[in-house]
Design a protein around this ligand. Structure first.
Ligand SMILES: Cc1cc2nc3c(=O)[nH]c(=O)nc-3n(C[C@H](O)[C@H](O)[C@H](O)COP(=O)(O)O)c2cc1C
Ligand SMILES: [Mn+2]
Length: 476
């Protein structure tokens, strides 16, 4: 059964024991961020802060999807579902996109604030990390925008910090869909760009906002697919965007074509504060609507594992697999292990070798290269089992011929990757290595090393006999 709101999801986490309710008074300045961060690092539960200094009645939830257990619960699966099964279920559900249902009203309309009454400082936006550029209201959010030409509605997760009581500043990259629409239809025409920042929607809506769907694809249809029920949307007060009706809070606004504001720095997703304060986009708030006693969704972003490295690893793995298949590569599975923070990707292939490796490299190099290491393994290696992957890397990746090093053209690399120098990050320069852990197809079959495993080195009859008698031997 799909959750219709974050409150229904919290009730499920209460039941499964995957959330702690903090009743002790906590400070929005660093304390909440630090508690949430420590909980991640202990692989602990989600945290609901119920008593926030200066903000009676308001609450913050941190880490809603910070473990695979919580991710499985959000998809209405058994909490102990293995990672590979979560991936496969996600892929299966994606085949049936469901259009959202537009409704008249919803919880997000319980309070409507417009005009001079708008004051962002009335909301418990946390100062998440020491050294952040400001208080971030949007950390685990959904930002909704529309392409005026095609009516494509985009959902993306982009951070937004409070710049003044009535303005936000943000950091949507030029290649993000928000960045693309803004630069195509609004900046050149000097037009204001309507947006809605959604906080505290049902967990699946936030997850699809992290996913790299194609240009022109409405993420809302995929939230419906994954929930197996249409998302209910309601119209904004001051623009014609549609937002999740049962969200805790919606900040309606317009990005000003001639305005800029300082943005960042921030403890970033690769697990480091790599940036300095930059010039961000400036959003003038036109309305705030919210549920009474709102719950603000947040992430204390940092070293893995957290919501970003779990949920975004799932969505990144699925979208990279989709892209490789589209280019005709015989890929079995793709895993972006959370510890690799989407910088390291494992690709399983039906047949490897230099030609396959080159084609995989070309697919990665064709766009912005946020990844910098790709490990390619044969299909007998379970990509979700890091022990097996490490074994293949250790013994099948030739230390000279097995590494394909590529330069990433300036302007296309990841500016947040900590190993790049300051100059490289500034100019978006970087590299991409493909580690080939597959057998060269030209090696004669009789010279291929034989895998000394149960399935690899024993005759089929021996395997069948051992399996048939397994319990007889005394195993459970
Ligand atoms: C916690 C979190 C914060 C993010 N913040 C930003 C951000 O500030 N700017 C950005 O361009 N992408 C950010 N991303 C990555 C985007 O969410 C991701 O690229 C997504 O695909 C964007 O949607 P789009 O493909 O519709 O542009 C963030 C992801 C996560 C998980
Ligand atoms: Mn998109």
């Amino acid at each position: 059964m799909a959750f219709n709101s974050i409150r229904e999801f919290i009730a499920a986490l209460d039941k499964s024991g995957d959330i702690v309710r903090v009743k002790e008074q906590v400070d929005w300045e660093l304390e909440i961020g630090a508690i949430n961060r420590r909980a991640y690092e202990m692989q602990g539960p989600a945290v609901l802060f119920e008593n926030i200094k200066d903000y009676p009645g308001q609450r913050i939830i941190g880490g809603s999807l910070g473990t695979y257990r919580r991710l499985a619960i959000s998809l209405d699966l058994d909490p102990d579902t293995p990672v590979s099964a979560i991936h496969h279920e996600y892929e299966k559900r994606e085949h049936k996109p469901l259009k959202p249902a537009v409704v008249e009203t919803g919880h997000c309309k319980e309070n409507i604030i417009t005009g001079n009454d708008i004051d962002l400082s009335c909301f418990a936006a946390p100062m998440v990390h020491d050294g952040d550029g400001g208080r971030y209201l949007g950390t685990w959010d959904i930002v909704i925008t529309k392409d005026p030409e095609t009516n494509w509605t985009n959902w993306g997760m982009y951070r937004f910090m409070i710049n003044s009581p009535q303005t936000l500043s943000g950091d949507a990259s030029p290649v993000s869909h928000l960045g693309l629409i803004l630069r195509k239809h609004f900046l050149p025409q000097n037009k204001r760009f309507p947006m809605a920042l959604v906080i505290g929607a049902d967990p699946i809506c936030h997850m699809v906002a992290t996913a790299g769907y194609g240009i022109g694809v409405d993420e809302a249809d995929y939230a419906g697919a994954l929930r197996k029920a249409p998302v209910e949307l309601v119209k904004c007060e001051t623009n014609d965007l549609l937002v999740p009706a049962h969200a805790e809070m919606v900040v309606e606004g317009e990005i000003l074509p001639d305005g800029v504001a300082p943005e960042g720095p921030f403890g970033e997703y690769p697990g480091y504060r790599t940036g300095i304060a930059r010039t961000g986009i400036l959003c003038r708030v036109t309305a705030i609507t919210h549920r009474s006693d709102p719950i603000i969704s947040m992430i204390s972003l940092g070293v893995p594992v957290d919501d970003s490295s779990v949920a975004a690893a799932l969505t990144a793995g699925i979208s990279i697999k989709r892209r490789l298949l589209k280019h005709g590569l015989a890929v079995t599975d793709v895993y972006a292990p959370p510890a690799g923070v989407t910088h390291l990707i494992i690709v399983g292939v039906k047949s490897g070798g230099a030609e396959t490796i080159k084609r995989i490299r070309d697919v990665f190099l064709a766009r912005r290269v946020m990844v910098n290491k790709v490990i390619v393994v044969d299909e007998d290696v379970d990509v979700y089992d890091l022990g097996q992957v490490m074994h293949a890397f250790a013994v099948k990746c030739h230390p000279i011929n097995g590494i394909m090093i590529s330069q990433v053209p300036a302007g296309k690399a990841n500016m947040l990757t900590p190993c790049y120098s300051y100059e490289e990050r500034r100019d978006l320069k970087g590299g991409l290595d493909i580690f080939d852990c597959t057998w060269p197809p030209q090696w004669p079959k009789e010279t291929l090393p034989v895998k000394s495993s149960f399935q690899g080195i024993y005759p089929q009859e021996t395997q069948d006999m051992v399996l048939a008698k397994w319990k007889q031997y005394g195993f459970k």
